[in-house]
Design a protein around this ligand. Structure first.
Ligand code: ADP
Ligand code: ZN
Ligand code: ZN
Length: 803
């Protein structure tokens, strides 16, 4: 027996199955979809059996035998194997990448030694960060300095990274660090004797006193007490608690937020939606629905009912939610209804936790998976429904290879299982709405909120006028007044700033110099906490300069509207207001996201100030005011989706106010109040915006009227990258059909990142039968030849953005 094996080596000539001999002993157990260890050149590598056959074209003597079988049961079903082949073609990626994206990271280890980053958020060493460059898994042999090796050793001893040698799952059984608190008397005497400077320790000891004698996991302890690992370590050394290792079945902690009441009766619109979906599910149809419902119209309730129907028939459900709205509030609604049948998959889980959730799905112990993008590959084998909430979100598109869109994968899997797909949104992507308008998808509409709560009233504030009247603060007079009223009435406020630290740069007031990253053509972002400047593209960090690097003036200071700055202004304007800030900086620690939301839901703060991550999913009755501090920031992106993204964001944010009994009010501050994306977001009517934006897309020839594919080139040498981009563009123009437009090559909007220059070509087409073939050929040139000169080339079919 011969096995075709895709080996875990990503290199052009290897992107095909290789034949291996199946040893007699394995013949009865080996199946397509199982992993094997095979000799490859001088090495042993991991591989995936994709097909079994009787004969090989190669002479028998030339075929090497499989070394070892890793799985007794296939880890990839035949459906997913087929899907991976489709994925590799559609996204022009290596087959091995298309296979591995379907499995949790814990199952991808190789025989070579690898560093696996378990808790990237705890890595602080700048050199080590630069070395990782955002990667989660790096070959150990890449560590080339003693300094890095020392740091690595330290991180490994703290469990922040692990170094794995074998293919087997080291993470299969996780030992959990448990903390057993000392008795009351011991803790009390420690509290009495502690030095007054050791505030954090005292805080933790007092917290522990409440739980004297009990045992809880270290992770939970840190999350609930809000204390850092170092503090815990110190008090353990002082005898306040004992550490032990226990083998615990990992389960992401159950959220502890107030539950959302289960409505007794669906609205008419909801009922129609559920009936339609149920009919399609019962009729075994691979039908795609667009559920277009205004914010708070009860879309989630429709999902829950539809899932219930599917489960009753003994089938399974996949629910995708954008990472940032995968809040405890969201997942608890599913756990409330379906209890232990729900698995949750998101990026905050450790590799081991993800592996556990995956196994539960694989073994059929759960029937519903709620997760971010990659949960679309959940190894269910009897899927009855697939749901994408907030289907317009760009995070459904993976921006690394394989560059797939979860929506396309959902539709593909639904075709296999003959089941419905639900795309839900208050602001559908133009692509989906256009398809629904043409009848490709079935449109379902929710126009009202269940209790007929009015949509909030939206006021657009022209910040140019504010400036003219001498108000230079981030807060316009009307918004400031509205905040004051809410504070008085003890109602809650959400303030939204588009991007972390956006435009919070350091500027010389004398010569106008902005401090830029030495590696990228982008200004550095100011972070007050450590008086640091950081680059959000390459991670470069430096101290804030005391004098201007150009003119030596001392009048150099930060300028802009980051969340930190906003927090300071709030403190000045409303000294008594209790503010919670939620951005990447304050949520880095695991569990902090949940903690902040819980505090806000319990009324421990008046104002929640944050970035994108607060735009969705928040559903608290006491929020009556939403303020958008600067609506312009997404509007001016060099991207054809800029207006769409702005409209979506404004609508989503506005939807946070007045979802329950109290009416809501929204203020949008902007320097371009006349822009149609903002004007129409004010009215909160999707269709007028859709029509307007479609006209613009038609005029400029963008999706959904045309498809686009982005080919990007990067190189350290500007001349080289321009040269290769020119070659690439010429090849595309010569080989694609006459009706296809190739734009470029041009320098990308951010023309240099991490010392690499960036060029791009944009292919626009309506129908291009030669697209895949032509790109495959271009990729072949790149992988066999161009790559040797240090070029990187990426191909992104239907990219999320083009800058
Ligand atoms: P969406 O997902 O469209 O934003 P949700 O499903 O979260 O909307 O519903 C918004 C709020 O309305 C939630 O608090 C939910 O419990 C409530 N709700 C949903 N459907 C009904 C209903 N039929 N009757 C009463 N309340 C409902
Ligand atoms: Zn200067
Ligand atoms: Zn940089």
């Amino acid at each position: 027996m011969i096995a075709e094996v895709i080996v875990d080596v990503a290199a052009y000539p290897i992107d095909r199955p290789f034949d291996y001999l199946v040893p007699k002993a394995l013949e009865s157990v080996i199946e397509p979809g199982t992993r094997v260890k095979v000799p490859f050149g001088p090495r042993k590598v991991l591989g995936y059996v994709t097909r079994l056959k009787v004969e090989s074209e190669l002479a028998l003597g030339k075929i090497k035998p499989i070394d070892e079988l890793i799985d007794l049961d296939p880890v990839i079903s035949s459906e997913l194997l087929e899907l991976s082949r489709w994925l590799a073609v559609e996204t022009l990626s290596y087959e091995i990448d298309a296979l591995q994206v379907m499995l949790p990271a814990a199952m991808r280890a190789k025989y070579e030694k690898f560093i696996i980053v378990e808790e990237p958020e705890r890595i602080e060493d700048a050199d080590f960060k630069a070395f990782l460059a955002g990667r989660k898994r790096i070959q150990l042999k890449e560590v080339d300095s003693a300094e890095l090796m020392k740091t690595l050793k330290r991180y490994a001893s703290q469990g922040i990274v692990t170094v794995d040698t074998a293919v087997g799952q080291k993470t299969a059984v996780k030992k959990v660090r448990m903390i057993k608190m000392a008795d009351e008397a011991t803790l009390q005497s420690l509290i009495d004797s502690i030095h007054s400077n050791a505030k954090k320790q005292a805080e933790l000891l007092r917290w522990m006193l409440e739980y004297a004698g009990t045992t809880i996991s270290a992770k939970q302890l840190m999350e609930q007490s809000g204390i850092q690992a170092a503090v815990l370590k110190t008090v353990i050394e002082r005898g306040a608690a004992f550490e032990e290792l226990a083998e615990v079945y990992r389960e992401p902690d159950a959220p502890q937020l107030k539950d959302t009441a289960i409505p007794e009766q669906l609205t008419d619109e909801q009922q129609i939606a559920v009936d339609n979906i149920a009919a399609s599910a019962d009729g075994q149809q691979a039908e795609t629905f667009l559920l277009h419902g205004v914010t708070g119209s009860g879309k989630t309730e429709v999902y829950l009912r539809a899932i219930k129907r599917v489960l009753d028939k003994g089938k399974e459900a996949i629910v995708l939610v954008p990472e940032i709205s995968l809040t405890p509030q969201m997942t608890s609604r599913f756990k409330e209804r379906f209890g232990q049948l729900v698995a949750v998959m998101h990026s905050a889980l450790s590799a081991g936790e993800k592996y556990d959730e995956w196994r539960k799905i694989k073994r059929g112990e759960v029937k519903v998976v709620v997760g971010a993008r990659s949960a679309i590959f959940a190894p269910f084998e009897n899927i009855g429904i697939i749901i994408l909430d907030e289907e317009h979100e760009s995070t459904y598109k993976q921006d690394d290879t394989p560059r797939y869109h979860a929506r396309d994968v959902a539709i593909k899997r639904a075709e296999y299982y003959n089941c419905p797909v639900i795309l839900g949104s208050a602001t559908p992507s133009l692509e989906s709405y256009a398809r629904a308008s043409k009848g490709v998808y079935t449109m379902l509409t929710l126009t009202k909120r269940p209790k007929n709560q009015a949509l909030p009233t939206v006021t657009v504030v022209d910040m140019r006028e504010e400036l003219k009247t001498g108000n230079r603060s981030m807060f316009s007079l009307p918004l400031a007044e509205a905040i004051r009223i809410r504070l008085e009435k003890r109602e809650q406020i959400v303030l939204f700033l588009n991007k972390r630290g956006f435009s919070s740069f350091v500027l010389c007031r004398d010569c106008g110099t902005v401090v830029e990253c030495p590696n990228c053509d982008i200004s550095l972002t100011y972070h007050r906490a450590h008086e640091q400047l950081k680059c959000h593209y390459c991670g470069h960090e430096e101290r804030v300069p005391l004098v201007c690097p150009e003119c030596k003036s001392e009048h150099i200071r930060f300028f802009g509207t980051g969340t930190q700055k906003a927090q300071e202004e709030i403190a000045k304007l409303f000294p008594t207001a209790r503010v919670l800030r939620m951005d990447v900086d304050t949520t880095r620690q695991k569990g902090s996201h949940e903690r902040l939301l819980r505090q806000f839901s319990e009324g421990q703060a008046d104002i929640l100030l944050g970035t994108q991550m607060i735009a969705k999913g928040l559903d608290f009755p006491n929020i009556t005011l939403v303020g958008v501090l600067a609506a312009d920031t997404t509007l001016h992106l060099a991207d054809f989706r800029a207006a769409e993204k702005t409209f979506q964001l404004m609508t989503q944010v506005s939807g946070r106010a007045g979802r329950h009994e109290l009416p809501g009010e929204v203020f949008i501050q902007t320097y371009s109040p006349e822009h149609y994306a903002i004007e129409l977001a004010k009215a909160q009517h999707y269709e007028p915006f859709y029509n307007m934006e479609m006209a613009a897309r038609r005029q400029y020839g963008y999706p959904p009227f045309y498809f686009v594919t982005l080919v990007q080139f990067t190189h350290e040498d500007l001349l080289k990258v321009a040269d290769f981009a020119e070659k690439g563009a010429r090849y595309l123009k010569q080989n694609l059909s006459a009706g296809t437009v190739v734009i470029g090559p041009t320098a990308s909007a951010i023309s240099r990142v991490n010392n690499r220059y960036r060029y791009q070509c944009l292919i626009k087409y309506k129908k291009e039968p030669k697209l895949t073939e032509t790109l495959q050929q271009l990729i072949k040139y790149y992988r066999t030849d161009w790559i040797k000169s240090g070029l990187t080339m990426t191909v992104d079919v239907e990219p999320a953005s083009i800058y």
